[in-house]
Design a binder for this molecule. Structure first.
Ligand SMILES: *Cc1c(COP(=O)(O)O)cnc(C)c1O
Length: 379
């Protein structure tokens, strides 16, 4: 699905040099590289505060701890996402409230969010799934009207622009009250191990979060709140700092691959290619509103699992994100859920298939993959 070796080869000198700098100083924890990467990412995103931490799951958990949510508070999130999102809600003894998604962009459904709000609701977590922002404008409006926090799970969307209805652009992860991201190796900005970060424009919240990631310490050996140990180590920061200047080019390469896939599948009656907003229906290079963490097709009237097998038999990796909706997962079922409220996710799990998507895909590989997909579907 990804070609990390090929990507490393193309940036070997800068990455090796950046790691060597850490080895030379031996400042492995909270070294200058971590601070340098933090500042560079703040500048890139146009956000006041980046708080590095150990992974994207921690980032979400710490963001919620920082907001001071209390056991029993309800947090609304998407039924169609990686389990990490709902896991940390439950782990903090908050009540996850899963809702359906939009069939076009796979993101949290605005009407479903409105319907799910109760007096106990305290926060909404939109997930910018597969690299495209949820409808932040509508979500921020709902949040303001009901006095809720919006926590963006930006693990799949780093570098994407959110485009407001008036044309204004803002980086994903800088719009809600707080956001989390992951630097897992296969993410759009990935390190060579685990890593994550929290973003916010709120000075007080940033201060609180910096203490929580460090055992609740604001002054050495004074533990004011219950915290965690969650650090981005200096070697991972060195990798990320070397890769950050390439992020826009990486996202552009992903978009270019998506454009080629789209062309091969255009107007096929059984294939629905990913939809973007009207801002960039042609996935043009100038539009950054989809960064294609995944390139996900919907297939109609096709045995999707047999298609997966056909591709795997031809040595083409592919993925089904996600095969089971969260509301049906044993750990997260709730007797109050009604199947009629999850029409879209229940359908998507049967239709979605994600094709290889990374920065090193070449025309020959794309032609091979698209031919094998079409060969199966047209047979
Ligand atoms: C990858 C991912 C996470 C978790 O990130 P880790 O760094 O693996 O903990 C959370 N949410 C979403 C949507 C993700 O894709």
């Amino acid at each position: 699905m990804v070609d990390l070796k090929g990507q490393y080869k193309s940036i070997k000198n800068t990455v090796d040099h950046s790691i060597q700098e850490v080895l030379n100083t031996s400042a492995y924890i909270n070294g200058p590289k971590v601070h340098q990467f933090q500042k560079n990412l703040e500048n890139y995103l146009g956000v006041k505060h980046v708080i590095p931490c150990a992974n994207g799951t921690d980032a979400l958990q710490i963001a919620m701890m920082g907001l001071g949510l209390n056991p029993g508070d309800e947090v609304i999130t998407s039924d169609f996402t990686f389990a990490a999102t709902v896991e940390v809600i439950a782990l903090l003894n908050l009540t996850p409230v899963l809702v359906d998604v939009d069939p076009n962009d796979f993101n949290i459904d605005i009407e479903a969010v409105k319907k799910a709000i109760t007096p106990k609701t305290k926060a909404i977590i939109p997930v910018h799934l597969f690299g495209q922002c949820a409808n932040m404008e509508a979500l921020m409006k709902i949040a303001e009207a009901h006095n809720l926090y919006v926590i963006e799970d930006n693990a799949q969307g780093i570098g994407a622009d959110y485009i407001y209805s008036n044309g204004k652009k803002q980086k994903s992860g800088t719009i809600g009250h707080v956001a989390s991201t992951s630097f897992f190796p296969s993410k759009n900005l990935g390190c060579y191990g685990d890593g994550g970060a929290i973003f916010t424009n709120d000075d007080d919240l940033a201060h609180t979060l910096r203490g929580i990631v460090n055992h609740g310490m604001y002054k050495r050996y004074h533990h004011d709140v219950v915290g965690v140990n969650s650090r981005l180590d200096s070697i991972q920061a060195a990798v990320l700092d070397a890769k950050l200047p390439h992020l826009d080019a990486y996202n552009k390469a992903r978009r270019s691959a998506a454009r080629k896939y789209n062309k091969a599948f255009a107007n096929h009656p059984k294939i629905e290619t990913p939809k973007t907003g009207t801002c960039c229906e042609d996935y043009s290079d100038s539009c950054n509103c989809h960064v294609f963490h995944q390139y996900t097709l919907k297939v109609k009237g096709v045995d999707r699992d047999a298609l997966v097998k056909h591709l795997n038999d031809n040595a083409i990796p592919c993925g089904v994100y996600y095969p089971i909706p969260l509301h049906k997962q044993k750990a997260y079922t709730n007797s109050s859920y009604q199947e009629a409220d999850f029409k879209v996710t229940n359908q998507l799990i049967k239709e979605v298939i994600s094709l290889p998507m990374h920065t090193e895909l070449d025309d020959e590989q794309i032609a091979f993959i698209t031919n094998k997909v079409l060969e199966f579907i047209n047979e």
